[in-house]
Design a protein around this ligand. Structure first.
Ligand code: IDP
Ligand code: MG
Length: 151
C-alpha cells in the first residue's frame, strides 16, 4: 500500500460552463477518494499566474491564463492512498483528443487546452497548490466506510 496523500484537483472554466462539475466530482468520489476541500471562485490573474508559474515561458501560457481566469473554477482537495497518481489516472493525459476512454479527458474533452480538469503532478506540486488554493487548510474527516474501500 502506498502513502496517504492529498492532491489538488480543479474543474477548469470549460467544465463549469459545460455543466460537468457533478460528473467530474463523481469520478473521484466513486474511485474511493475522500473530498477534503472544495471551493468555487473566479481565479485572479495573480492566483492563476502563481499556479501556472512553471509554464510561464511556454507559448501557450498567455492563453492558458486567459482561459483559467475567464470564469468560475471548482477547486478541490482529494485524499487517499497514492491520491496524486490516482487522480492523474482518473483525469487522463493532457490532450483530450487522444486521451483513453474511461478517463475524464478521454470521455469529455477533444482539445489539449480546454481539457476540463487539473491535477497535481507530484508531492511537492500538490503541497504548493494546496497551500495556494486552500490557505486555511483542508477539511479532514473520518469516513465510516473506510474498511470497505481499503484492505
Ligand atoms: P497537465 O494539465 O496534463 O499536467 P501540463 O503540461 O502541465 O498538463 O499543462 C498545463 C495545462 O496547460 C494543460 O492542462 C492545458 O490546459 C494547457 N496546455 C498544455 N499544453 C498546451 C498546448 O500545447 N496548447 C494549449 N494549452 C496547453
Ligand atoms: Mg501539469
Amino acid at each position: 500500500m502506498g502513502d496517504m496523500q492529498t492532491s489538488f484537483v480543479m474543474v477548469k472554466p470549460d467544465g463549469v460552463q459545460r455543466g460537468l462539475v457533478g460528473e467530474i466530482i463523481s469520478r473521484f468520489e466513486r474511485k474511493g477518494l475522500r473530498l477534503v476541500g472544495m471551493r468555487q471562485l473566479i481565479p485572479s490573474e495573480e492566483l492563476a499566474a502563481t499556479h501556472y508559474e512553471v509554464h510561464k515561458e511556454r507559448p501557450f501560457y498567455a492563453g492558458l491564463i486567459e482561459f483559467i481566469t475567464s470564469g468560475p473554477v471548482v477547486a478541490m482537495a482529494w485524499r487517499g492512498t497514492d491520491a496524486i497518481s490516482v487522480c492523474r489516472n482518473v483525469i487522463g493525459p493532457t490532450d483530450g483528443g487522444s486521451a483513453p476512454g474511461g478517463t475524464i479527458r478521454g470521455d469529455f474533452a477533444l482539445e489539449i487546452g480546454k481539457n476540463l480538469v487539473h491535477g497535481s503532478d507530484g508531492e511537492e506540486t500538490a503541497e504548493f497548490e494546496l497551500g495556494l488554493w486552500f490557505p486555511e487548510g483542508e477539511v479532514d474527516w473520518e469516513r465510516v466506510t473506510e474498511e470497505w474501500v481499503y484492505e
